[in-house]
Design a protein around this ligand. Structure first.
Ligand SMILES: [Zn+2]
Ligand SMILES: [Zn+2]
Length: 312
């Protein structure tokens, strides 16, 4: 048998992150090959895979998991005390497989998935509290608790957006709201020896600002209208910047380095006593976001079909 041109090892890098080039090469050069690493034949063309899946009498899934060694009689005696082995979905043949799969497919159908987490995530990303409360009520959940949970649930996605969009944020972004997710700043930073003033977003890790000091909410730049709540402690690294025009406030931390994106929300929690100081003096953070996003989440294309060279 000639040497297989395909070096197939999908469980290690770089194929783990991107299996498509090797899959495409296999479809062209060796549509069916024996993988010495897995001790199994690998089939790469969609039509061949479909034909095999539809022919369980010749290509059974029943023995897909083989025991790596033959157990000794002592091991078999111990195993006999355990509950009987339950077959897995992937090691069943029709008609059992079809029945079990029907139950699983119902729970994970696009309609069912779309009817549940995506609207919650969309509403949370858009900071649409009314929509979140309606969804919570319809699902019998506590709106406050669910809203807080959903804000946490959006963070991995928003941080990924923050990382990928950061290079596109204009250096002269002049608005007070986050250029990535539209939220008002969670904190401000006075950074480094240059004392650069930056606003930070706890949702996506956003980092923006202009040299000119002004209120992020109403744009007030008159120093007579801008104030600061502080302590007499020279070591204090947090103050509260206030605006008399809109009665808004932002906590401002003095830092040497930018706070890592994931830590912005933690610093917000760590300085909660400053929120109490500001609230006690009648200052507020605005409730509606700075910019109303119109985000629509969609399911990714089927990776299985893409893997086998079919368009989604
Ligand atoms: Zn943001
Ligand atoms: Zn203001």
């Amino acid at each position: 048998m000639p040497t297989c041109p395909v070096h197939f090892n999908p469980l290690t890098s770089p194929q783990l992150e991107n299996p498509y080039p090797v899959s495409a090469q296999a479809r062209e050069e060796a549509p069916i090959f024996l993988s010495p690493i897995h001790g199994a034949w690998v089939v790469t063309r969609y039509e061949d895979v479909l034909a095999i899946l539809r022919d369980p009498s010749r290509f059974s899934s029943a023995h897909v998991f083989r025991r790596p060694v033959n157990p000794t009689p002592e091991v078999l005696a111990e195993l006999a005390h355990l509950p009987p082995e339950i077959p897995l979905l992937v090691s069943e043949d029709p008609p059992t497989h079809r029945r079990t799969r029907g139950l699983v497919s119902t729970a994970f159908s696009p309609t069912h998935v779309a009817a549940h987490p995506l609207p919650f995530l969309e509403a949370a990303i858009c900071l649409d509290e009314t929509r979140l409360a309606d969804l919570a009520q319809a699902d019998g959940a506590d709106p406050g608790a669910l809203g807080a949970l959903m804000q946490l649930a959006t963070m991995p996605l928003l941080h990924a957006c923050g990382r990928s969009l950061a290079p596109q944020v204009p250096l002269d972004w002049a608005s007070g709201y986050c250029p990535v997710c539209g939220a008002w700043p969670t904190l401000a930073e006075v950074r480094g020896l240059e004392r650069t003033h930056r606003w930070r977003c706890g949702r996506c890790g956003g980092d923006w600002g202009l040299a000119l000091l002004r209120c992020p909410y109403c744009g007030e730049a008159d120093h007579q209208r801008l104030g600061s709540l502080t302590t007499e402690d020279d070591e204090a690294t947090c103050t509260v910047d206030t605006c008399l025009t809109c009665k808004g406030y932002v906590k401002t931390r003095t830092v040497l380095q930018p706070t890592p994106p994931y830590a912005v929300v933690l610093e917000d929690l760590a300085t909660v006593e400053w929120d109490l100081v500001a609230l006690a003096r009648g200052y507020r953070r605005p409730t509606p976001p700075g910019y109303l996003l119109g985000v629509r989440l969609v399911e990714p294309p089927s990776r299985i079909r893409t893997f086998f060279g079919r368009r989604p």
